[in-house]
Design a protein around this ligand. Structure first.
Ligand code: CP
Length: 307
């Protein structure tokens, strides 16, 4: 059981809590290998996914996880809800409380929206991605995938995060989580796509991807988020691929057992070549499956479940 109502980010979660979630996720992953994928972990609980932004992986895996654990699961898209009639986030949350909701998974384009909701509702709130801030369950599933590959002790594991770090909630959550577990994290990005606070985040910064990937155990690509760029921060997409894209030839410079990760959705031949994404070292789809187990663990532990 987690001694917190909500999971809003990895910045304010302890190493012990991260390890508790990841340990529970190992047990949940075993369920996914069964013919009958059904447990009683959330029987009688009401789970709502409340998404103000598009999603394929996060929303579907939370809903799959909830249904596997026998929860009642309802999906709300802001685009077709009373949000369109002017209802505020807090009023929406209060109504979800009145509808006996136990867990709300919120995705919102505003950084801090899950924190605001969590302060105003009785239900547990899980951040499903808020603006440029955090995407904690994505980072947890990424770390889960690394532990499956390299063992539980990630101290000294060389992880390279390549791409648009500035706009990436996935990068931020991974940096907070991985550094707490002792991994050696390097970010590589055009300077215009680095957050101003990067020097205080406990990571190495590298300008050249060809240098950054040498000897890496994990190369994690990030999506180029053209929709979040108010000004033109990249000269061109083809130039980005040339100087920062993840390719088979660049991956060949990494450790011989290195794996390629990406949170998705991938933009083929924008930040990652199709051959790299589909190559032997790619764990991109394995990440997605692991995400079900991690989200099962998070919902179970937040609602009083014991690992
Ligand atoms: N990785 C991720 O958050 O994907 P979705 O936007 O499809 O949920």
């Amino acid at each position: 059981m987690l001694k917190r109502k909500d999971l809003l980010g990895l910045k304010d979660v302890s190493k012990d809590e991260i390890l508790q979630i990841l340990g529970c996720a190992v047990e949940m992953k075993e369920v996914l290998g069964r013919d009958v994928k059904k447990t009683q972990h959330l029987v009688g609980k009401n789970v709502v996914t409340l998404f103000y932004e598009n999603s394929t992986r996060t929303r579907t895996s939370f809903e799959t996880a909830a249904k596997i654990m026998s929860a009642n699961c309802t999906s709300i898209s802001a685009a077709v809800s009373s949000v369109q009639k002017g209802e505020s986030l807090i009023d929406t949350g209060l109504n979800l409380d009145a509808l006996l909701t136990d867990v709300i998974i919120l995705r919102h384009n505003m950084s801090g929206a899950p924190h605001l909701l969590a302060r105003n509702v009785k239900a547990s709130v899980i951040n499903g991605g808020d603006g440029m801030n955090e995407h904690p369950t994505q980072a947890l599933l990424d770390i889960f995938t690394m532990r499956e590959e390299f063992g539980d002790d990630l101290r000294g594991l060389k992880v390279v995060i390549a791409g648009d770090v500035k706009h990436s909630r996935v990068a931020r959550s991974n940096i907070w989580g991985l550094t707490k577990l002792g991994a050696d994290v390097t970010v590589v990005s055009p300077r215009t796509l680095l957050p101003t606070e990067i020097d205080k985040m406990g990571v190495h910064v590298c300008d050249k991807i060809d240098d950054a990937v040498v000897g890496a155990n994990v190369v994690m690509g990030l999506r180029v988020q053209l929709e979040r760029q108010q000004s033109k921060l990249l000269p061109s997409v083809s130039e980005y691929m040339q100087f920062y894209g993840i390719t088979q030839s660049r991956l060949a410079k990494a450790d011989s057992r290195a794996i390629l990760m990406h949170p998705g959705p991938i933009n083929r031949d924008v930040e990652i070549s199709g051959a790299a994404a589909d190559g032997d070292g790619s764990r991109i789809l394995k990440q997605v499956t692991g995400g079900i187990a991690v989200r099962m663990a998070v919902m179970y532990l937040l609602t009083g479940g014991k690992a």
